[in-house]
Structures are given as structure tokens and as C-alpha cells.
Write a protein that binds this ligand. Structure first.
Ligand code: SAM
Length: 278
């Protein structure tokens, strides 16, 4: 059989990613190429094509329109959990929320790359608990955004399988969830009411400003350096001076390229403070 295309795998990959951007608005050419290649090649095997056969996969996409959505979903990894990485949540409670909740100033928090909602709902649960302990609790708005509409739809529904809820202390499960007839757990309106979901890429202009805290955890690891710079500038723009950006446990910034934007000294690993001079 003659080859389907004379183009190199790299050229075909860029073409596929360009078409995906036209359909879905997100440019995966801004992500790390090794990550993209690994993920896309997992699709080749799933649709029974040879490893590395980019030309055959491009033809497959042309005749199987549903594959574009599956590809998009494959490139956005949605793994998440409630109160993921417990030490950072202890830090948020003690060192960030306690001082913020001791004053009535309205709070704006943003979970960027929120996946299926476990992270913003964890923020909302903690904020709700802190409000009960405060004499004069501040009004709270938690924004939560992701590029993946499938993950966002699950987040908005707020329904989770038992295994997602099981690691939570039973007190939190009783106070913040109700069990459905099918055994799943639905998060209660007193928590969902605090969270506003939105389809958005943090590589685009931020839709919110003057945030006290932004969480962007376990999402930027897939970005190429230039896109990471763009994301960090956008988060800088969205924070109030002195506001905090919280990255994932393994995402500590190396070097001093961002010193003009963020102060990382004397703070917790992965927590950056918007510098006052920038
Ligand atoms: C591994 S999940 C992390 C979820 C959560 N932050 C956590 O740490 O548990 C990464 C999420 O980032 C989202 N994502 C990837 N690129 C994004 C972008 N440019 N803008 C917004 N969300 C993005 C993916 O769709 C995915 O849901």
C-alpha cells in the first residue's frame, strides 16, 4: 500500500494539533512535545493503528469525527481528588485562610485547571468551615475553570463515586454530601453555591482580577516553557499584590526568571507571592 502522506510525523502532528485548535480553541502545540506524542500515540493503539503511524491516524480522524473529542480528552489529563496532597491543604488552612478570614474583606479565589471539581469544592468546604469559625466572615467567591468541557460538566453536576469520597473524614462527608440512591455522593448546595465554573484556558487573558489566592496544580507540568511563562504572567495579572499562587507539589519554579513577578522566599514550597514592585 502506498504511504498515506509524504509528510514527516512531526509535520502531520502539527497539522492535527492545528485542526484540533480550530475545533476546540486550545493550542496543544504550546504543550511539551514529548507529553503530546506519548498521549497521541496511546490513541493509535486504541484505534488499532501502528505505533508512530501519524499518517494513518490523520486519515482515521478524517473519517471518524468523534475521534476529535476523544483526542482532546486524551490530551487533557483529568486525574484529581478531594484535598489532594494534604500538607498543602493544612498550609492553606493555617497560614492563608486563618489570616484572610480574620478580616471582612471579600475573598476571590480561583482554581485554574479544576478538572472535575474536587479542587474547588475542597476550597469551598474549607472556606465554609472557616466562615463558621469567624466572627465576621468575608463574602467568598470561588472561580473554577478548565479547558475540558467534559470534566467541567462533571464538576458542575457535583456527583462523585463512593471511592472519591471515602478518603474524606466521615464528618465532612456527612456535612457536605448526600448519598444518592445509586450509591454516588452529591455535594450539597451550600458548597456548590460558592463555586462558579467557567470554560477557559489560563493561556488566555484572565477573566478575574484581584484574587487573593489562585490554585493551578498539576496542570502546568504539561506546558512548554513559553506557554508556562504566558500562564504565569496571566496568574500574576489576576492576583492582587501580595496574593498567592499555589502550584502542585512537584512544580516548584527553578531559577530566578520569575523573581520580578513572584517572591518565593520564606514561603511554603510551591507557593508564590505576587511581588509588590511588578
Ligand atoms: C491533572 S488535572 C489537575 C486537577 C487539579 N488541579 C488537581 O491538582 O487535582 C489537570 C487539568 O488541567 C486542565 N488544563 C490543561 N491545560 C489547561 C489550560 N490551558 N487552561 C485550563 N485548564 C487546563 C486539564 O483539562 C485538566 O483537567
Amino acid at each position: 500500500m502506498p504511504p498515506l502522506s509524504q509528510d514527516s510525523p512531526e509535520q502531520i502532528l502539527l497539522r492535527i494539533l492545528g485542526r484540533l485548535q480550530n475545533r476546540r480553541g486550545l493550542d496543544f502545540r504550546e504543550y511539551r512535545s514529548t507529553f503530546i506524542q506519548r498521549r497521541i500515540q496511546s490513541r493509535f493503539l486504541s484505534v488499532k493503528l501502528k505505533e508512530n503511524d501519524y499518517a494513518a491516524y490523520e486519515s482515521y480522524l478524517a473519517t471518524h469525527q468523534e475521534e476529535w473529542d476523544i483526542l482532546f480528552d486524551t490530551l487533557t489529563i483529568n486525574v484529581t481528588e478531594f484535598f489532594r496532597d494534604p500538607p498543602i491543604w493544612d498550609y492553606i488552612e493555617r497560614n492563608i485562610f486563618r489570616p484572610l478570614f480574620s478580616r471582612p474583606h471579600p475573598l476571590t479565589l480561583w482554581s485554574a485547571g479544576c478538572s472535575m471539581g474536587e479542587e474547588p469544592y475542597s476550597l469551598a468546604i474549607l472556606a465554609y468551615e472557616m466562615s463558621l469559625l469567624s466572627v465576621n466572615p468575608p463574602p467568598i467567591t470561588i472561580y473554577a475553570s478548565d479547558v475540558d468541557p467534559i470534566a467541567l460538566a462533571k464538576a458542575k453536576a457535583g456527583i462523585y463515586p463512593q471511592k472519591s469520597v471515602l478518603p474524606l473524614p466521615s464528618k465532612r462527608v456527612k456535612l457536605f454530601f448526600t448519598q444518592e440512591k445509586d450509591g454516588n455522593y452529591k455535594i450539597l448546595p451550600k458548597i456548590t453555591a460558592l463555586v462558579r465554573f467557567r470554560e477557559h484556558s489560563y493561556l488566555n487573558e484572565p477573566f478575574v482580577t484581584n484574587c487573593q489566592v489562585i490554585l493551578c496544580r498539576n496542570s502546568m507540568i504539561y506546558l512548554a516553557q513559553e506557554a508556562k511563562d504566558k500562564a504565569l504572567h496571566n496568574f500574576h495579572k489576576a492576583l492582587e499584590v501580595g496574593g498567592l499562587l499555589i502550584l502542585g507539589a512537584s512544580e516548584v519554579l527553578v531559577g530566578n526568571a520569575y523573581d520580578h513577578l513572584f517572591d518565593t522566599s520564606r514561603i511554603h514550597p510551591g507557593v508564590l507571592r505576587k511581588a509588590s514592585s511588578a
